[in-house]
Structures are given as structure tokens and as C-alpha cells.
Design a protein around this ligand. Sequence first.
Ligand code: AHR
Length: 324
Amino acid sequence: MKRIFISILVLYAAILLWACSGNRNREEAEDDSQLIVVGFSQVGAESDWRNGNTHSMQEAFSMENGYRLILDDAQQKQEKQITAIRNFINQGVDYIVLAPTTELNWDTVLMEAKAAGIPVIIVDRMIEVSDESLFTCWVGSDFHREGDIAVKWMEEHLPEKLRIVHLQGNLGSSAQIGRSDGLKRALLAHPGWSEVFEAPGDFVEAKGLELTEMLLKNNTDFNVIYSENDNMAFGAITALEDAGLRPGEDVAIISFDAGARALSLVMEGKINLDVECNPMHGPRVRAIIEQLRRGETPPKYTYVDETYFDTFNLTEDIMTSRGY
Ligand code: AHR
């Protein structure tokens, strides 16, 4: 009798639990419809910077913050981004956030988003469009300024005669255009500076490694590597060390991004200069969306404050507090 009573009690508890979980799911579904839906077309996962940026967006647009984020990784291909934006339009998202691969050829798809009444926020790199009303606003880095910071530092800290290897980011992206532009202008202004090699490494570590190995194999004579991001610099450093050279001494390394892994190499003296490019855009984009929801007009362009790090100004505190 006692056993039957216990069995009934267990069954009753199980039914109660099942009913409660049903309610909870229903409540979640109801809440879900209250969420603000953001479609984010991300460039890819080519670098530490990019992964830090994705993470920052995921944190900012969490369910707890009242958002549903639809993330699309375009694997560094503009066609994939255009398809992603069309999918976001079809899904009727509330906002589209675009981190563009390259600057050109966005007009058509952005006209479609505009016709659907979906605001588009551009983040990180810029776009060039025929009509500025095709996007709501932009937030990101001043890549031309980053190039100028690097060049000024090179003028002040490196010898007069430079034989420079230039590892570029993916061609046509603002990050590549701005950083390359600084170096191009400096090459014209300094008779002692020559560019012995230039090629795109697409911001990827493996390509930085491959290109540097190829140069070493061909006995190319160089004393500086101007790498347009940290990951290509990591690859270049590995190739130099494998060849018995000392990065930072035999060959000066100039890099961009200043992520945690790179800053520890600055500390070790293997990267001479790292110009900061800050990827923590999630809270910035969220603030823009909140402004729009309050009926306010955010500034069309917002540049993020950035600095640079070398062995003279880098501290343990800065290094350990990097979020990317
Ligand atoms: O657009 C920012 C650049 O893109 C970063 O420098 C690079 O690491 C990333 O892939």
C-alpha cells in the first residue's frame, strides 16, 4: 500500500514538473516575440580582432539585454554578405548591422534594405555609396590615422635606411586602404625607404607565414615588416624565428590591432610597434540602436579613440586587461 502511495506521489510530481516546464517554454516563446531582432553580417573569423569583435556583438545583443542576434559569417566574401542582407530583409529583422569586407558595390542591396524600411548600421570598415541615406550611420576606426601613427613612429625610432616588406590586408577593405596609404605617402617622402615586397595576406596568420617564408627562401633583403594586422605579424614572426632570425632586432615588426597575444610579443620585444584598432563595438552599436528607438538621430560617423603600444609605454596592466 505504502509503495503504491509513493508511486502515485512520484507520478504526480513528474506531471507537475512537466506542466511547469511547458508554462516556462510558453513564457519564453511569448518573451521571444518582444525581443529586438538584429541581423549581423560579419566579415569572417580571419583574425583575433575579428573574433573579439564577434564576441563583443554577441554579448551586447544577448537575450538578457532584450535582443535576438542573427549572426552570419561571410568568410571574407562580399557575395555572402549580400546574400545574408537579403535573408535578413526576408526575415523582417528590426535592424541590420553590416561589418563590410570591402568598400565598394553596396548600393543595390542597401536600396533593398531601405525599401523594406530596415535601418542599416555600418560597423568597423567603411562603405562608399552613391547616396549616404542608404545607411543610418557608421562606427569604427580611423584607418588612415592608424597608418600615419605607424609611419611617424618609424620615422622617430628606426634607422634612415629601410627595406620594407609590406603585408597587406584584403585589398579594397578600409583597414587595408588606410594603413597602406600611410606607408605609400611615407615612401614618397623618404628617399632612404624602399618597399622591397608588397602582397595581400588577407589579415590571416597562415598567409603572413607563407609570404615571409617565401621571401626568406628567395634571400630577399629586408629589415622591416609592415604587417597590416597582428595575425599576419604572428605568421611572419614564426617564419623569421624558424630561419634563426630575431624578430624585433634583425627585422623590425610593425603591426596593427594590439590584441592581447600581440601585446605580449611587444613586451618580449618581438613586435616593435602595435597600433591599436579596437574591436569592442558591441556596446557602441547597441547605444546607437537605443538612440534610434528613442527617436534620436545618432551622429552619421563615430570614430573610436585609439592609441599605440611599444616597449616604452606598454604596462602589465594594459596587457592583462585587453578584452581581445
Ligand atoms: O577591419 C579591422 C581589421 O580586420 C583588423 O585589423 C583585422 O585584424 C581584421 O581582420
